[in-house]
Design a protein around this ligand. Structure first.
Ligand SMILES: Cc1cc2nc3c(=O)[nH]c(=O)nc-3n(C[C@H](O)[C@H](O)[C@H](O)COP(=O)(O)OP(=O)(O)OC[C@H]3O[C@@H](n4cnc5c(N)ncnc54)[C@H](O)[C@@H]3O)c2cc1C
Length: 448
């Protein structure tokens, strides 16, 4: 199919951010009498949901130590709830179950959730935590747990189904989505740095405005835009730290136990919240009793009919390569390099058994023949950058927090239509130089 000669708004990437921005921008333009979805073209080099959004575990939670992240997530949860059916969203809630080293941080999260009216319950002390968890699951047995934050909103959504739901909503507003079109560069004006056209493998497309929502491929597009490969960051010590690489890759490790998802119901027969456990208890093998780790570890899991079992993951690992050298393609399960190995399977299945007796001896059901896991591209502080570059290019770089951030596209659309967003303000690129950094928690995950 030939590409159009020109378009008002070109959006690169048909994942959660590209499509959410497209759909909400169509609504904004219509409401303001400034145009319609027909002014918007979404391009994807592969297919709808071909990137991280199509393989995400799909967890939607509020639990963040950073106030700005929490407020953004509360907004996003509202968007998920606005059309749960189309977004294939399961509002089962979410639990952060933690050891003493995280008790204080999670207590702060609870207090601030109360302050913004986000419903949650906080249980403290080892005995009360055990009683609370056994009240939900009579086989609960995780050790060293001294706080439980039970978020009553949030849950998870089915990855591909939700992205197709979003695409259907965007197309119903007149948005065009073209797949198999790869953006290979940008043309800029002679008097300014603004982008005037996209170069693609199928020809040039003139455009007035560009939105970049390319997930793990952001480093490549960033290079095409000739943006800085390194940044200066003002630290909490007031000192400037120069030459910090703009992008780094981590590999997310997730997988599925091939059991009947119904085996993970609660005592009352209902489906449970998404469970996230961080622990400092020594983790022993469920296979031979050997010590797997005596360091902090963490896992999350949920029963999921979409994945066909108990699906979840553990902490990611850092990819020790320069970003330009990381093979992002082929992506996800197709990658020969960035999928989970036997160490993950052993650790995750043993950790499940550490938490609940029902998972003991289940490692042999793990779906070893379905490759899983995938790359995420992270910013210098591992928090998103939502900002305009080169005058007319809005980069939505979520630092891999993003499937749950369905509401970001709505705010980005409002900003493009002229109303700046207080919720997005803490995520500007200038925060590095200004030292306006987000607080850091004691979680073992780079995204909490
Ligand atoms: C294994 C895994 C599990 C995750 N689990 C969760 C979770 O449970 N909850 C959560 O909130 N987040 C999760 N994440 C993070 C989340 O999936 C991502 O942050 C989010 O999906 C990124 O969305 P996106 O729209 O920016 O990019 P993507 O969904 O990656 O979409 C980008 C699209 O851009 C296209 N593209 C790239 N380059 C070009 C180009 N040059 N031209 C045209 N098109 C291009 C790609 O083909 C792709 O379809 C997970 C990530 C991974 C890898």
């Amino acid at each position: 199919m030939a590409v159009p000669e020109g378009v008002k708004y070109a959006i690169i990437g048909a994942g959660i951010h590209g499509l959410s921005t497209a759909y909400h921008l169509a609504l904004e333009l219509k409401a303001k009498g400034k145009g319609s979805g027909e002014d918007i073209l979404v391009l994807d080099k592969t297919a709808i949901a071909a990137g991280a959004s199509g393989i995400a575990c799909g967890v939607v939670r509020n639990n963040y130590f950073q106030p700005a992240m929490r407020e953004l997530m509360a907004h996003s949860v509202g968007v998920w709830e606005s059309d749960a059916k189309a977004y294939s969203y399961h509002p089962v809630g979410y639990m952060q179950i933690s050891p003493e080293s995280m008790h204080g941080d999670v207590g702060t999260i609870y207090e601030q959730q109360k302050a913004i009216g986000y419903e949650s319950e906080f249980i403290e002390g080892e005995a009360d935590c055990m009683t609370y968890m056994k009240g939900l699951f009579d086989d609960w047995q995780a050790k060293n747990i001294t706080s439980v934050l039970h978020e009553k909103r949030g849950g998870y959504a089915n990855n591909t189904a939700s992205i197709y739901g979003l695409a259907t909503k965007a197309e119903a507003e007149g948005v065009r989505i073209m797949t198999g079109i790869e953006v290979t560069g940008f043309e800029t004006g002679s008097n300014s740095g603004a982008v005037t056209a996209l170069q693609t493998n199928k020809g040039t497309i003139n455009c007035d405005y560009v939105v970049v929502g390319v997930g793990p491929w952001v480093n490549q597009i960033w290079n095409y835009l000739e943006l800085p490969k390194a940044v200066s960051i003002k630290g909490s010590d007031g000192e400037m730290h120069d030459g910090v690489p703009m992008w780094k890759y981590w590999c997310l490790e997730e997988g599925t136990l091939g059991v009947d998802p119904n085996m993970h119901k609660m005592n009352d027969g209902a489906f449970p919240p998404v469970i996230h456990v961080d622990s400092d208890a020594p983790l022993y093998s469920d296979v031979d009793g050997s010590l797997i780790t005596d360091q902090m570890w963490g896992i999350y899991y949920k029963p999921d009919f979409n994945f066909g079992g108990i699906q979840g993951g553990a902490a990611p690992y850092k990819v020790d390569q320069e970003p330009d050298k990381v093979a992002v393609d082929p992506y996800g399960p197709d990658s020969p390099d960035f999928i989970v190995d036997d160490n993950f399977i052993h650790m995750w299945c043993s950790a499940l058994a550490h938490c609940q007796k029902r998972f003991e001896g289940k490692i042999q059901t793990y779906k070893k023949h379905d490759p899983s896991g995938g790359l995420g591209c992270f910013t210098p502080d591992s928090f998103p950058v939502f900002d305009v570059f080169r005058e007319n290019v809005y980069v939505v770089a979520d630092s891999n927090h993003g499937y749950k951030m369905l509401g970001v596209g709505k705010l980005v659309a409002q900003e493009i239509a002229g109303a700046s967003s207080e919720l997005l303000e803490p995520f500007r690129f200038s925060r590095y130089e200004e030292g306006k950094l987000h607080p850091v928690s004691n979680s073992p995950f780079p995204w909490s």
